[in-house]
Structure formats: C-alpha cells, structure tokens
Design a protein around this ligand. Structure first.
Ligand code: FPP
Length: 239
C-alpha cells in the first residue's frame, strides 16, 4: 500500500475531535525483533510496514498534520549495518511513493531534519517526493529523518544571529524552526515515557499517550485508543 493512496476509503472509526497535529515516536523495533530471536533490522522492516498502515489511517481520519519520528540525530551511533538497513527502508518507501505519484492522493510529504550525513541518492528522492506533493492540500506527513529537537532550536538561533539579531522572542524561534505546527498529541509505544529530543519546541502543550505495545505490533486499534483518550483530555494551555 502506498502512502499517497486516495482518500476514498475513510476510517471505520469516528471521532468528535482529532488532534490537528499528531506526533508519533516509532519505538520498540529492536526489542520486538530480539523477542523473536531475529536481527534488529527485521524489527525495522516490520516497523516500516506499520508506518504505512498507521500513516494511511491518519489520512483516513482526516488528521491535518502527522509527524513520524523515523531517525534521530543520535541514531547514527548505531552499528553501520543497522543504519544502512533503516536508510534502505526509507529508499524503498520513497521509490514506492515515486511509482505512485501519478495516481497519488492529495497528501503532502515533508522531511524535517538535517541533510548532512544522508546520501545524495536519498536526498534526491526526498526532494522529489516533496516537490511532487508540494501542491497537495490533504494531510501533511512530516517525516523526521536525522532530526533532533535541540539541534532544530540551535539552528534557528544561529539563523537569527546571522540576521544580526541581538535579542529574540518566541516568534523569532517559531519562524525559524522547521515549519511544523504546534503538536497536540504525541504517541509513544514500547513502554518508554520520554520525548527523546522529538519536537521539543512544538510539544510545549502536547498531550502524551504511552503504551507498552512495541511499534511493530502497533495496530489501528492502538491509534484509536490514543485518540479516544485525547478526546477526553481537558487542555488548558497553562490558562
Ligand atoms: C526505534 O526503535 C526505531 C528506529 C530508530 C527506526 C524507526 C524506523 C522505522 C520504523 C522504519 C521507518 C521506515 C519508513 C519507511 C519511514 P528501536 O530500534 O530504538 O527499538 P528498541 O528501543 O526496542 O531497541
């Protein structure tokens, strides 16, 4: 199934409200594989399939923005074979998307993160996916690849310094980070209850939802559980 499939198949679930911007930390691939005596890369492979399913469901639910944390600036510390396997999964996905651009739905893809370190071949495919979907007005799928929230803020400050600013305010930072909106809900499977450098600026008033399920086992029903819980949250934004 392609990311950009058309919107005709709407979700079987129905919600009064859904987050405008949903962030998802895809965690637990390694543990999922270890439990089965498989290499970690097997977990990432299944994780990539789950990404496709959940991404499509976010589209079906009419979520306006969804950000998937796919590879952090810290993930380069992993063995080269694992990093290469994850990059190969990105490539497969982008090649698949490329084959589908013509009959693509109305969804847009945007990468956030540092370009340095990513192969030129992958960068070209990423650029192509962004360009081909730039005019689409449906769900915006942000893929955080080589992404770090601290690095994002530091880079915004450096841009402001380069502009000659000596004093800045929150708007300055908001206007110079990646153009990702404030995040309403962050989902983290795998039992960990931390942000791990994800959307630090945009998560200031995010709700959080955690689950013990490992990402390769994550199902649409887990997404619905998170969204049902979100519907009940009383958001006060500090007021
Ligand atoms: C975290 O689990 C997962 C990653 C660092 C990689 C996530 C990548 C994918 C799901 C593939 C994405 C593919 C596409 C097409 C977007 P972990 O390895 O840290 O798991 P662990 O905590 O159990 O070791």
């Amino acid at each position: 199934m392609a990311l950009f499939s058309k919107k005709e198949k709407l979700s079987e679930a129905d919600f009064q409200i859904v987050p405008e911007h949903l962030g998802i930390i895809m965690d637990g691939n390694g543990r999922w594989a270890k439990k089965r005596g498989l290499p970690r890369t097997a977990g990432h492979k299944v994780g990539a399939e789950v990404f496709r399913t959940i991404c499509q469901e976010c589209v079906n639910l009419g979520i306006k923005y969804v950000t998937f944390y796919a590879f952090s600036t810290e993930n380069w510390k992993r063995p080269k074979s694992e990093v290469d396997a994850i990059m190969a999964l990105f490539k497969d996905y982008l090649l698949e998307a490329k084959r589908d651009f013509v009959k693509a739905g109305n969804n847009r893809i945007i990468f956030i993160g540092e370009r340095e370190g990513i192969s030129q071949e992958l960068l070209d495919l990423m650029d192509e996916a962004e360009a081909e979907t730039a005019s689409h007005t449906g769900t915006i799928v942000y893929l955080a690849v080589n992404y770090g929230g601290r690095q994002e803020i530091v880079s915004a400050v450096n841009k402001l310094i380069a502009q000659g600013k000596t004093e800045i305010d929150e708007n300055d930072i908001s206007e110079n980070i990646y153009t990702v909106p404030e995040c309403d809900l962050i989902i983290r499977p795998s039992g960990e209850q931390r942000l791990s450098n994800f959307l630090l600026w945009q998560a200031a008033y995010s709700e959080f939802w955690y689950s013990d399920v490992l990402w390769p086992d994550f199902k649409k029903e887990d997404l619905y559980s998170a969204l049902r819980e979100f519907e009940k949250r009383n958001r006060r934004f500090g007021g």
